[in-house]
Design a protein around this ligand. Sequence first.
Ligand code: HEM
Length: 533
Amino acid sequence: MFFFPNKRAPMIVELAACTAALAVLKFYLTGRKNAHMPYWDPPQGEGPYHAILSMRENIKNNVKMHAYPMLNWLGLVKIDIHWINDPKTAREVFLKNDSAYGHLDMKGWFDLNSEYRYRTKKHIKWETCNADETGMLRDFKRSDPEGSKIGKLCRKRVMEVLAKKSLEPVWMEAIEREIPGMVRRIKEEGKNGAVPFYPFDNVTMPAAMSVLLGVSFNIDCSTQESWIRTMINYSCKALHTLTRLDGHKLFLVLLPRWVRNLIPISLWPKWTGELQGFTTEIIELIETHNKNWQVGDDSSSLIAPLETDRQKGLCTYWDIVHTLQAMILAGADTTATSTASCMRQLAMNPPVQQKLYDLLAAQDFRADSFTDCHYLMAVMYESYRMCPMVWRSLFHVVTEDMTIEDYKFSKDDFLAYSHTGVCFSERYFPDPYKFKPERFLDENGEFKKNENLMPFFIGKRSCPGQILANLEVFHFMKNLIKEFRFEVSPDAPIDTTFTEKGWHTLWSHGAHKEWNHHFLMPAENRILCIPRH
Ligand code: HEM
């Protein structure tokens, strides 16, 4: 107000100017390119449960895409996610399009970790550490053909190993090795069926981590309990900080690298330092593997084909480290939660559990391959539908301007698929609140997939570990149901009404700010595991 000595009229002008400036700022912060796209501002608070409500509502109203505020950090870092609510559109976008495969949020995690290593010079191999060499997680984009080629190659190599039919017995052996430990830990923690507990922490997670490390590095980890615990702690923290859209991480990630590096490291998120040990563990595992192996030798590990490519100059050392790191952080928690959820679903559905038990008992629990027990596969897929471990696709960042139907997107916009909304939509799954494995059986009683259920998603970034994941859940469940009957406990009540109303009480309504609540969390996870013998 000090520009004008004469007060009245200019004050009005200034007020008008301020209002206009605020409007411009507001438009800049909140303006949206696709004004005709419905916007969902959650009344109760953000978080998976609320995001899923928005998906369900929009699917019901035939809205193919809607926007949702995933992050608003003092208005400075503001991210809207554009949700694709329809499986057909998702297939169009992710199977036929090359511009939806950026990983800004995840790439940022690798950037911060690598730059921390380089700047602090404290940890092994800091001198060579390269934040851009993220292996299979490199962005796939036309503007970086070389990087995209390496990213796709790393992914292809890992998937080739996991798809080798000849290696299936090796994976099965790694899985079966875990069973005695799982049975023992269930009996201990559940006090022989007397106490309800969540089987994730001490049963399914250690087993899944042990299998994953065993398969990745060709080692037997079944007796290394305390080291497995260390790797679990690292991988859980890594997964949480990688997938979580937190303002602190994104604020740093969105800065140009040179600006970021002017910011004292003490102001970076704490986990960048705490997770250096995780990278060191991966490096040491690779070095140990390579000491006993050279190009041309047989090896069932995931490293061997990558290392062979590196020696031909097709990828770099850090591409291998980061690819393995991505596999370890993504592959244990997912499988472990899926197995624990399947146990919980059976506890909630005694007739289904009994049918599965009878079918497996009739073949003396000798179901070596998926086709030996179609019903178990159907139970697993129905459980993936009812309790989606990954409740949405990853956030896919647009790498160049693109149009989806009549919506326009530009570089760095976020896209995701409304996986859980589709799972609980009457349109795609009639009677969606009922646990019905029969949905996944054909008229001959054989397992059939339903193209509307995409638990591992689709396209060039779909889950590279899905073969191993299914093998693990199948063999874990087959063995566990042989030993235990799963029951809901009155001390840990779970709504088993299988109605829409019951569905709302099944899930925690917590917000993203809470630890874990960027995952869809059941309100109650504990069940009784009663030994059958
Ligand atoms: C039942 C268990 C699992 C489920 C439900 C699951 C599901 C998924 C889903 C939905 C995605 C995101 C795909 C997208 O948005 O495009 C994903 C990505 C990923 N998964 Fe899995 N997964 C499981 C197990 C595993 C295992 C065992 C591994 C490793 C052996 C693994 C490694 C990965 C990796 C590395 C990615 C990121 C891929 C990329 O962005 O390029 N997952 N998974």
